[in-house]
Structure formats: C-alpha cells, structure tokens
Design a protein around this ligand. Structure first.
Ligand code: FES
Ligand code: CO
Length: 343
C-alpha cells in the first residue's frame, strides 16, 4: 500500500511533533506527502496550513509568527489560522486579492503533542485513558523518523513471534519460539488483543519490572486504532507495575514515518526515573527499527495478491490488513502498490 495514494488516510488524525517544538517558531512537517506548516496561534493552540505561500510559493515555515498569525518570510504576506491572508504589508490600503488563501487542516493539541488531520476526520484522536486516570505519569520517550511502513510498525507490535528473534539479546527467549496466543476483541475501528507472554528479565531490570525473578509473564492488553496508532498495555503481574506505551506511526511519505512513543507508568520518579525508563525501552525499539527498516516499505493490504506468506501468529497483522482493505473498498479506493519485482 502506497500511503500517499490512499486518499482515505487523509481522514485520520496523526501525531506530528511535541507542542514544545513550536516555541522555536513555525515548523515544517510532511504528512502523507503533503508539506504543511504548524505554529502556535493566538490562543496558544496549534494551527496547520499548507506550507506554500499563495504569493510566490515560498514555504511559510521559513517565516515567523506575529500576533498568532503566520508571516511569510519572503514578502510578509500574513495568514490567520484559517489560512486567510489578512495583511499584505506592501498595500497600505490593505487591499487583499479575493481568494488569497492557503489551505488549512484540522489541528489540535493532545498528550503534549500536535495532531493534524488533512481532511474531515472519520474518528477522534485516539483516547489514552491513562492521561486522566490518577496515579499515572506521562513520559515522552522519543520521536524519530523510521524508513519503513506504518502498517509494518503496527503489525510488528502485535506479533508475538518476533520477540524470540529480534529481541533475543533483551527479553526474548530464542529457545522458546512458539508464540503466545491472543484473545481478540474487534471493534469497528480496530481491536483489542489480550495475552500473557513469558519474558526474560535481565538483572538490571528490577526498577523497571519490580521483580527479581529471571523469567516472568507480562500481561498485555494491546489495542490497535486504525490506521496507525497502538497501545501496548503491559502489566507486570508480580509487582503490579503498569508499563503502558502508546505509539503513533505518522506517515511522512511512501518510505518513511515519524514514530512517537509515549509511556504511562503508575509508579513514582523516585522508584524509577524518567531517564531510566527512556534508556530501558531505547534498545528494544532500536531492535524493532533495525529489522523493520530491512523490510519492503510497500506492505500490501490486499492479501489476495499473495506477495507475502503468512503464519498463525500473523493473525493480528492479517486482521489489520483486512480491515484496511475494507476501509479502502468502502471509500471506493483500490490499493495502490509498486509494480511487482521482476522474477
Ligand atoms: Fe510569500 Fe511573497 S512569497 S509573501
Ligand atoms: Co519488538
């Protein structure tokens, strides 16, 4: 699936960058192949426009913010949050040509982050209940560009077969390759999948897991939010510690995405510091990145094309592919893909 070609993907919210990035002024971002500019508007809320001035096409992200409006860095044409040109400094009588306008996008702040939908969204921004629940702290672990497909990131995170191999240097057990099975609870816009996974606990992991046992179970209640967000809901049963990760794999173009990772923990900074938690998940995520960047970024959703083989533990990924294929069909789209490789 070539994400930039599937118009329906424009109708979902994606996480772009931390709100704090806007303190440095307007920021560019490419979402589904579309160049956009994000800045902090008058009321402190983020705003997003196409990153192209309607005068001589300069990128507005080269400009600056004035009274909540964005000013083009080339000749100073000024736009409000709706994309309407409100000032042309060279016209003292302030006559503005009719239709002097830049396309605006849905833009909102949630979880300390800027979210954008290019067209009227079909679904709200994914809900993270831990944000409001008492006893949790939120940690932004990282955001970075990965050269792979967002669908592959999603299905990898539900794939219980990869732990023993990709994470063998970490919590995976290579001599125990038969994966745990999930119990599925599908809904119209994704699914919840619950399982118990045995894992190895390196000695250094006590402050993370709260256990000194060398092998324990993780109780996972994971969720997939169509198209490219997910929850990894991990509870360490021995200690009762919650290690709840949310990701949004925001599609940049047909070969890359911006992956953001938030963590919610129900313990205190004193029992495990923010930096310890970031350092704990870093090598695990890098292991996933390394293998996912070695896959074909054109992941197919139409499994009838038989360009990939499958096994039992691919069930979550196959459910995602089927539901995305249904979404395309409901919106009158065919799957766009690269020409098949020559035999
Ligand atoms: Fe933007 Fe001229 S190109 S003001
Ligand atoms: Co992994």
């Amino acid at each position: 699936m070539l994400v930039t070609q599937q118009k329906v993907l424009r109708k979902f919210w994606y996480a772009l960058m931390p709100m704090s990035a806007l303190d440095a002024g307007p920021q560019p971002f490419t979402l589904l192949g579309e160049n956009i500019v994000v800045w902090k508007g008058k009321d402190g809320k983020p705003a997003a426009l196409r990153d192209r001035c309607c005068h001589r096409t300069a990128k507005l992200s080269k400009g600056f913010v004035e009274n909540g409006n964005i000013v083009c860095g080339y000749h100073g044409w000024t736009y409000d949050c709706s994309g309407t040109c409100v000032r042309i400094p060279q016209s003292p009588d302030s006559r503005i040509p009719q239709g002097a306008q830049v396309p605006a996008y849905h833009c909102d702040e949630r979880y300390g982050y800027v979210w954008v939908a290019l067209e009227d969204p079909l679904q709200p921004i994914p809900y993270f209940p831990e944000e409001e629940a008492p006893g949790y702290r939120r940690i932004l672990q990282f955001y970075e560009r990965w050269n792979t497909s967002p669908l592959r990131v999603m299905e990898n995170s539900f794939d219980n077969s990869h732990f023993s191999f990709v994470h063998k240097a970490n919590f995976g057990m290579i001599d125990n390759p038969v994966p745990a099975k999930y119990e599925f609870r599908p809904n119209d816009w994704g699914f919840e999948a619950e399982t118990h996974v045995p894992v190895r606990n390196p000695e250094a992991s006590f402050r993370i897991t709260g256990t000194t046992e060398p092998v324990t179970e993780r109780h996972l209640t994971n969720r997939w939010y169509m198209p490219f967000s997910r929850r990894f809901g991990c509870v360490y049963p021995a200690s009762g510690i919650h290690h709840i990760i949310y990701n949004c794999a925001t599609p940049i173009d047909d070969g890359s995405l911006m992956l953001v990772q938030w963590l919610y923990r129900n313990d205190s900074e004193a029992s495990c510091s923010t930096q310890e938690l970031i350092d704990w998940d870093r090598p695990i995520t890098s292991e996933d990145r390394d293998i996912l960047e070695a896959t074909d970024p054109d992941a197919c959703v139409d499994t009838r094309r038989r360009v990939e083989f499958h096994m039992e533990s691919d069930k979550p990924g196959l459910m995602m592919r089927r539901m995305l294929m249904d979404l395309l069909t409901r919106h009158g789209e065919e799957e766009a893909h690269n020409p098949p490789e020559a035999p």
